[in-house]
Design a protein around this ligand. Structure first.
Ligand SMILES: NC(=O)C1=CN([C@@H]2O[C@H](COP(=O)(O)OP(=O)(O)OC[C@H]3O[C@@H](n4cnc5c(N)ncnc54)[C@H](OP(=O)(O)O)[C@@H]3O)[C@@H](O)[C@H]2O)C=CC1
Ligand SMILES: O=C(CO)COP(=O)(O)O
Length: 332
């Protein structure tokens, strides 16, 4: 990754990652789907909507035209919400050059097919294109502020993984590499669903014991799913699994946790989403994880109750009662 990198998606995370790359000496084109928003980024040299107070280096250029952003780039990094991932790849498929490698930092599953995002990428712009995913415990605001952060990049191709890691790696942004794309993607998707459960529990005032119990039994669900999908269990014990699970379940910067908190405090789903005003991935991911677990007959009781919550089939207290009423069993 020595040439320009096109970051596609100009929300909080796309902007923070574009800043990390530009500060690390890379030329970056930051594309956003709203021309008004991209014009504001170009005029202010700052993303006032998502990350106020952080000036863009000269090497970070906002770009309203997708074709131009892609044409200028050696490699591509997608950072749109998961519901826009497939559509964006369909737009990219006819314009990507064979030499351009593709990475993403989106967390979630494909809302149309329930597939992992690397399966969608492989289908639409593969099969031989090097692919990579960046994930781990990393709030956009802290990355934009240059606070110490560690993440994982999993790639289909070792040289892409190393190049991509080098493009980001700095004294404040530490990058570990992996080959387990499935494990890294699963951790990033499922932790958002579990963060809703932790938020609900805290919103109901259930205390520290309940939160720790939910995180630990949630980790067991993540582990079970990763084993069923032939991911490496070690990945779940790493940054993109337990690392991001702890971050998102315990800190109120997390939008998924705040969504759960709001439900636990008696707000409706629509009120909670509107008040947060940004992407809350778990609203969709809870459905996809539930369907996936059903399809492969896997027991994921916490994710199941979050699914019933986001579909309005139970309220917060009933979801917790349902979990506590389960039959006694061995821990492992
Ligand atoms: N924020 C964070 O700390 C982190 C986020 N992530 C992940 O990054 C992904 C993006 O989240 P984040 O940047 O935080 O979300 P934000 O809500 O901050 O921003 C999302 C951006 O994407 C735009 N957008 C919405 N739909 C589409 C689409 N179909 N095509 C292109 N752009 C679109 C939105 O535009 P508009 O406002 O017009 O809708 C907005 O600019 C998510 O999967 C999230 O889980 C991962 C790690 C950290
Ligand atoms: O993924 C994240 C941090 O790693 C951000 O979490 P939220 O989407 O819940 O804010």
């Amino acid at each position: 990754m020595s040439g320009t990198i096109a970051v596609l998606g100009a929300g909080s995370w796309g902007t923070a990652l574009a800043l990390a790359l530009a500060r690390n000496g890379r030329d970056v084109r930051l594309w956003g789907h709203s021309p008004e928003h991209t014009a504001q980024l170009a005029a202010d040299r700052e993303n006032r909507k998502h990350l106020p107070g952080t000036r863009f280096p000269n090497t970070l250029i906002p770009e309203a035209d997708l074709h131009q952003a892609v044409a200028a780039a050696a490699d591509i990094l997608i950072v749109v919400p998961s519901h826009g991932f497939r559509d964006l790849l369909e737009r990219l498929a006819p314009i990507l050059k064979p030499s351009q490698r593709l990475a993403w930092a989106t967390k979630g599953l494909d809302a149309r097919s329930g597939q992992l995002l690397h399966e969608v990428a492989d289908e639409l712009v593969g099969p031989n294109r090097p692919l990579a995913v960046l994930s781990g415990p990393s709030f956009a605001k802290e990355v934009a502020q240059g606070l110490p952060t560690a993440v994982t990049i999993a790639a289909t191709d070792d040289s892409f993984g190393k190049d991509f890691a080098r493009a980001f790696h700095s004294e404040s942004f530490r990058v570990y590499t992996s080959r387990d794309i499935t494990g890294v993607e699963l951790g990033g998707a499922v932790k958002n669903v579990l963060a809703v459960a932790a938020g609900v529990s805290d919103g109901l005032g259930f205390g520290a014991n309940a939160r720790a119990g939910l995180i630990t039994r949630g980790l067991a669900e993540m582990m079970r799913l990763s084993q069923a999908l032939k991911a490496d269990p070690q990945t779940i014990m790493g940054l993109s699994g337990v690392g991001d699970l702890i971050l998102t379940c315990t800190d109120d910067q997390s939008r998924n946790r705040r969504f759960g908190l709001a439900l636990g405090q008696g707000n409706s789903i629509d009120e909670a989403v509107a008040n947060i005003g940004q992407t809350v991935e778990a609203v969709r991911t809870a459905r996809e994880v539930y369907k996936l677990a059903q399809r492969i007959s896997l027991d994921m009781p916490i994710c199941e109750q979050v699914y019933y919550l986001v579909t309005g089939e139970v309220d917060a207290e009933t979801a917790v009662r349902n979990l506590m009423a389960r039959a006694q069993k061995a821990e492992f």
